[in-house]
Ligand binder design. Structure first.
Ligand SMILES: [Zn+2]
Length: 405
């Protein structure tokens, strides 16, 4: 910033375009009154740096007598772009309005260029999480802002501006997806909807086909075809087992009594081991049959974990990992893996690292995603800091798990 003139030095290529006939303003700034000091300073700098710019903001331009919503819609429609100054105050006051009138706003907002500025960190509602924002502590903030404000959409798309992706940070849980057959029997694998891509993943998943493929891999776990899955079948087997055990015990006892009086004959030698075998094996089968549901549920979760790891072979290219620790929920976590990948290359060399990377993803990625989602790791990080701020990065996790195994 040039302190003498109170203006920012901006690239000479940035110039204020002429207003079209549909527009009264270049930009409408939506903000909460709690942030008005910062905003009026920004407006002041913008007007000083670009003397021809027309800025609309509520303190000056809202028409008295109209509702806030009507005023806002009108201002958004008559401005080329809309800047939203995001802060906890803004979220509390404006989002409530937006949400209440979302149907009204949706059309208005989707056909307009929204430029969000993150003034103070805050949680955005889900339907707006796909927006990318500018950060005020960025050294290039004013330059980026003016470039976005005064360029048309195509220019913005091709310019060198990289927004910070809205509230995306490595290790963030983006979504907990619930199975469509959540209420089904415990041994039935979870089935998840593969289309459309959920809103909260849109910022990360660029190709809906990849997402669909990944979900289809997870949905591919086969349910057991065993007849024991029917309760009636299990009851019959259990009754049969109980009877057989009782018969075995009674038979052995009877033989024991009679053998005191009668000389041991070959028939007894045969019946005794049979009775003992029945007394041991049959209760085992009985217990296994009773516990079948639980055992099968465990096997299904294991199979689903394996499939989630396979799905991650596709998803990790978009910095996304999916994990499951139950049959009815999937956790999607955004995690930047490029630095961990580089570590693999350093450790294993160029040729081996690709193989090791895929092996690690297809073995550990589901559990790792669950740990990130639940913010709990089975061990503490003792290593020097890894590639994840506030947590254990994938290469650290794999190294620790390999040591344990
Ligand atoms: Zn790492």
């Amino acid at each position: 910033m040039n302190t003498e003139t109170g203006t920012y030095d901006v690239s000479p290529v940035v110039s204020v375009p002429e207003l079209g006939k549909d527009h009264k303003y270049h930009v409408f700034i939506s903000y909460s009154s709690g942030d008005s000091v910062w905003v009026s300073n920004l407006i002041h700098i913008l007007e000083k740096t670009f003397p021809t710019v027309k800025i609309c903001f509520h303190e000056r331009d809202f028409v008295p007598g109209k509702t806030i919503i009507d005023n806002m819609i009108e201002c958004i429609q008559s401005s080329q772009k809309t800047v939203m100054v995001l802060s906890p105050d803004f979220v509390r006051s404006r989002w409530c309005l937006f949400e209440a009138n979302l149907s009204l706003f949706q059309d208005c907002i989707t056909h307009k260029d929204i430029v969000p500025i993150m003034l103070k960190p805050c949680q955005l509602p889900l339907h707006l999480c796909h927006l990318t924002y500018l950060e005020t502590d960025d050294e290039q903030f004013f330059h980026k802002l003016s470039q976005v404000l005064f360029s048309n959409n195509d220019q913005v798309a091709h310019s060198l501006i990289h927004y910070q992706s809205s509230l995306l940070y490595s290790g963030k849980t983006l979504l907990t997806l619930t199975a469509v057959n959540e209420e089904s029997e415990s041994w039935q694998p979870g089935v998840f909807s593969s289309t459309p891509v959920p809103d909260s993943l849109r910022a990360v998943v660029d190709n809906p086909q990849t997402y669909k493929q990944a979900i289809e891999i997870i949905n591919d776990v086969r349910p057991p075809t065993s007849c024991i899955r029917f309760t009636a079948c299990r009851v019959i087997i259990c009754v049969f087992c109980v009877l057989l055990t009782m018969f075995g015990i009674v038979l052995s006892a009877a033989i024991g009594i009679t053998s005191q009086y009668i000389q041991v004959c070959p028939r007894v030698l045969l019946a005794l081991p049979l009775g003992i075998a029945a007394a041991i094996c049959v209760p085992t089968i009985f217990i296994k049959t009773v516990c079948w549901n639980k055992q099968k549920a465990k096997t299904i979760i294991q199979a689903m974990k394996k499939k989630a790891c396979q799905a991650n072979l596709l998803l990790n290219n978009s910095s996304l990992l999916v994990g499951t620790s139950s049959k009815s929920q999937l956790f999607f976590v955004y995690v930047k893996l490029s630095d961990c990948k580089k570590t693999f290359q350093t450790v294993f060399g160029c040729v081996l690292s690709k193989n090791m990377w895929e092996k690690s993803i297809s073995t550990y990625s589901s559990d790792y995603a669950c740990c990130l989602a639940k913010k709990h790791f089975p061990f503490n990080s003792t290593e020097p800091p890894g590639h994840l701020k506030d947590g254990i990065c994938f290469c650290q996790y794999v190294a620790a798990q390999m040591k344990n195994d």
